[in-house]
Design a protein around this ligand. Structure first.
Ligand code: ARG
Ligand code: ZN
Length: 850
């Protein structure tokens, strides 16, 4: 494998498959080490295809027999699949293969988790189940028979006949193979029903391992709310008689939208107040919605090829964020999404892994399930909606569903419905799909005494390997103006920027206004504007746009932290005063105040410093954050106890926005208070906590204060039977360690008997947490780098997908000083030199090294 030159696939090389699949019949004879898969597939020549070569993907399969129209055939096999001469008329392909699910550690194809059979086929896992044209533009109905002595046997679609140790399923909706799913095991259903808008009754089930029955109610409720919401907001009705969700412990990602049979990482669906935090509940609600929404945006309308991944992912992320905004607080959701975008997508877009929302080449598609495709992909749709307006967006979506139902589509198809509905030319807008990199938007303003205020914007995107000469993009800039008195003098106006430099005038103003630019984060860009501390403090106090008001707080924090870290400055009183005012403002939603209090991520601060031409020192950044938090705690000392009291919830636990907002603010206040009271309140909260949110936030503060040893032990004893809670226990100890300890804490945890490194959740809880501990991971002695590299090397042969994904921890390496660069380069080279390194990890390491 190592010596074979890595093969690059290009978007421009797309050609349709030479054959159409009319029907697929699959029979599974389940056995852990020798599962037989028998397929019977009706093919006919595709009149639209030029290439008539009959190639079926297949990997790691033992071919037992193959027939065409009942006649035994002898195809030519390769590690990627088989080729065969076939008739130029419709024909039946029959084939029997054997696979070994019990030894499938890559968690792709058919594998086993805790004795249960399950599948993950996206993107290219079906080829590990049987020979097939494993590409999303080949769509077919599927009939599946499962033979296995297990109580629950599930596949896609509607139930067929069943009997002792067998069951049949039929999916009437043509689908690509990546949406195939099979589950078999000892599972328990948490049942439900849903009546659709046309009065059809749908059977719902959430399938879990015995013992997890008590963690299903919230997921089921979230599913029903998602189904209703998609009917009400997008007019989309569910289209089968049954919808099943299964929770699986060993899963590479969050969840998967297989038709009628969604498979979830158990961490993304199981919830109870005692074991899950408010944030877990919110994430679960969003992922259930996301996978459900895929039924229309992904399944009924799918992707022509994997370059079009954002067609379904960007749109579905956009839809699930609309859902969360509707269920909870829209401003809080918007701010959380931007925090996430800046933390995960911006580093990707501004480093060696930068790629367009629609990439143009790849070696391993699993490496492109990225924040750029998903989250920037969703931002692009949010911009499109802002530009065309809500009504035209709704019309375009109706047209999209009407025109493309049952098809495998492209971004061109998607944009065309908007062009047809609005008459707009979206040629320039399309650059958001084809250009990598985050545009920088700089701003200049002018005031003339005739009452005209002029804003001049200049955009520029740093060149990258993926986009060496970026062109100007369409940037919707939402702007409002405030009078010096604090009153809004111009409501939000959407400026549509298309040129490299462009001016916009606001006329008839009585005095020079203060601008509030990029309201609601109207475009995924980096705003570069010299703003005085006074002006930021003014916006923090007066901006009517909740996003920009929050952003003024983060900008103040960023400025003072960078001054502290780079120049040894003292904490800026403007920040401390502003925060005290925000804290005491009862008119503000507690969840919003909690977000205001949070400091920018330390990696994000490092990025801002590097952007400004400095070499960030992770330890100096960490110290600045500690100092600023301590200073805020001291300045707010008098008000904190009463505020903390006001955040105590007396009603029975509910994960709703109101209660979780109070607990979020309470947690932020506890973090400040623990810096003053030596941990007394945290100990008290830990002792009394009857839900995981309070228990975990108290434990975190105690660990951080160096006073949590007893509670760390007690927590483990209390929860050792609950793998999802123990994941939190692993993670928290790393997250809350001091920079000099982070790597050794993580290393010690990898020696714990419960460190099951083959489980992706546990692996990420430990080593992902280390990678996320900025100052700890970047410890000057290289201990963070070497520990991560050591484990990635160990995991790669078993699970390339999770390994490759975690290599991204190294993507920011060029920001740092030459010593750190040398240390990281050495680790990356060590990984790259492993014999037999997977295609996934090879591609990532190669791209990161550049
Ligand atoms: N389509 C799934 C989702 O809802 C993610 C599947 C990711 N699979 C993978 N092999 N990368 O977002
Ligand atoms: Zn998705």
């Amino acid at each position: 494998m190592k010596d074979a030159a890595p093969k690059t696939i290009y978007l421009q090389d797309y050609t349709p498959f030479g054959y159409i699949v009319d029907d697929v019949h699959l029979t599974f004879d389940l056995a852990p080490n020798a599962t037989r898969v028998t397929s019977r597939i009706a093919f006919r020549p595709n009149p639209d295809a030029e290439d008539t070569r009959f190639f079926l993907h297949g990997e790691g399969l033992t071919l037992i027999s193959a027939r065409i129209n009942g006649e035994e055939v002898d195809p030519e096999l390769s590690p990627e699949g088989l080729v065969l001469d076939v008739p130029a008329l419709p024909f039946i392909w029959e084939c029997e293969v054997e696979i070994d699910p019990a030894n499938n550690t890559a968690l792709e194809g058919l594998y086993m988790s805790n004795g249960m059979y399950c599948t993950q086929c996206e993107a290219e896992g079906f080829r590990k189940i049987t020979y097939y044209p494993d590409r999303p533009d080949v769509m077919s109905t599927f009939t599946v028979r499962i033979n296995g002595d297990l109580p629950v046997l599930l596949s896609n679609g509607n139930k067929g006949d069943s009997g002792e140790a067998w069951a049949e399923w039929h999916d009437p909706w043509p689908k690509p193979a990546y949406l195939f799913a099979l589950v078999a095991g000892e599972l328990i259903a948490h049942p439900g029903t849903f009546e659709t808008c046309t009065g059809r009754e749908v059977e719902l089930n959430l399938w879990v391992r015995p013992g997890d029955e008590g963690k299903c109610a919230f997921g089921m409720d979230a599913l029903k709310r998602s189904m209703r919401w998609d009917e009400e907001v997008y007019g989309r009705e569910y289209d089968l008689d049954i919808f099943n969700i299964v929770a699986v412990d060993d899963f590479n990602m969050g969840a998967m939208e297989n038709k009628g049979l969604n498979i979830f990482n158990s961490s993304a669906v199981l919830a109870s107040p005692e074991t899950s935090t408010d944030m877990n509940f919110e994430r679960i609600e969003a992922i259930i919605a996301h996978e459900y929404f895929h039924n229309w945006t992904g399944n009924r309308i799918t992707c022509r090829d994997w370059f079009q991944l954002c067609l379904k992912e960007g749109l579905t992320v956009f839809r699930d964020s609309q859902f969360t905004a509707d269920m909870r607080s829209a401003p809080v959701k918007r701010i959380s999404d931007v925090i996430d975008l800046r933390a995960r997508q911006f580093p990707e877009d501004n480093g060696p892994l930068a790629h367009p929302v629609r990439p143009e080449s790849f070696q391993e598609i699993n490496n492109f399930y990225t924040a750029t495709v998903y989250e920037k992909g969703a931002e692009v749709i949010a911009m499109l909606r802002r530009l065309v307006g809500d009504a035209a967006y709704a019309e375009a979506l109706d047209l999209y569903f009407a025109r493309h139902d049952g098809q495998a589509c492209t971004i061109e198809d998607w944009l065309k419905v908007f062009e047809d509905v609005t008459g707009r030319d979206l040629t320039q807008f399309k650059r958001w799909y084809s250009q990598a990199g985050t545009p920088r938007l700089s701003v200049q303003d002018d005031w003339d005494d005739a009452g005209t205020y002029r804003l001049t914007f200049t955009q520029s995107t740093p060149p990258s390997v993926a986009s060496p000469s970026p062109q100007p993009q369409v940037i919707p800039v939402a702007v409002g103006l405030l009078a010096p008195s604090g009153e809004e003098v111009a409501e939000t106006r959407l400026l549509e920027m298309t040129e490299a430099t462009q001016s916009f005038d606001f006329t008839g103003l009585p005095e020079r206004p203060v601008p509030s630019i990029l309201r609601g984060f109207s475009a995924p860009v980096i705003l570069e504007r010299e703003v005085t501390t006074e002006e930021r403090a003014f916006l923090l106090a007066h901006d009517t746009d909740p996003f920009n008001r929050w952003d003024a707080a983060t900008a103040l924090a960023r400025t003072t932290l960078n001054d502290m870290a780079l120049h040894g400055a003292a904490p800026d009183p403007a920040y401390l005063d502003g925060m005290c005012r925000v804290l005491g403002d009862d008119g503000l939603d507690p969840a919003y105040r909690a977000l205001m209090l949070a400091l920018p991520g330390q990696s994000e601060l490092a990025a801002a410093q590097a952007d400004a031409g400095h070499r960030p020192d992770p330890m100096a950044i960490w110290t600045a954050c500690e100092t600023l938090r301590q200073a805020l705690a001291e300045q707010a000392a008098e008000m904190l106890p009463a505020l903390f009291e006001a955040c105590q919830v007396t009603e029975p636990y509910s994960p709703d926005a109101e209660q979780s907002g109070k607990r979020a603010l309470g947690g932020a206040l506890l973090a400040l208070l623990t810096r003053l009271d030596g941990g007394a309140r945290a100990e008290d909260q830990y002792a009394k906590a009857d839900n995981m949110t309070l228990q975990l936030s108290a434990l975190g503060q105690l660990i951080r204060a160096g006073k949590g040893d007893a509670q760390v032990e007690a927590f483990y004893d209390q929860w050792q039977g609950d793998r999802l809670v123990i994941d939190k226990w692993f993670m928290l100890q790393v997250v809350q360690s001091t920079p000099d300890q982070a790597a050794s804490v993580a290393r010690k945890l990898t020696e714990h008997p419960d460190f099951n490194w083959k489980n992706p959740n546990r692996f990420r809880a430990t080593l992902g947490a280390l990678a996320g501990h900025h100052a700890g991971f970047h410890a000057a002695d290289g201990s963070g780098y070497s520990l991560l590299a050591e484990w990635l090397i160990k995991l790669d042969p078993l699970n390339p997908q999770t390994t490759a994904r975690m290599c991204a921890a190294f993507q920011t390496w060029r920001r740092y000083d030459s010593d750190r660069q040398a240390l990281i380069r050495a680790e990356l080279s060590r990984i790259a030199a492993q014999p037999g390194l997977s295609r996934d990890t090879t591609e990532m390491v190669t791209r990161i090294l550049g």
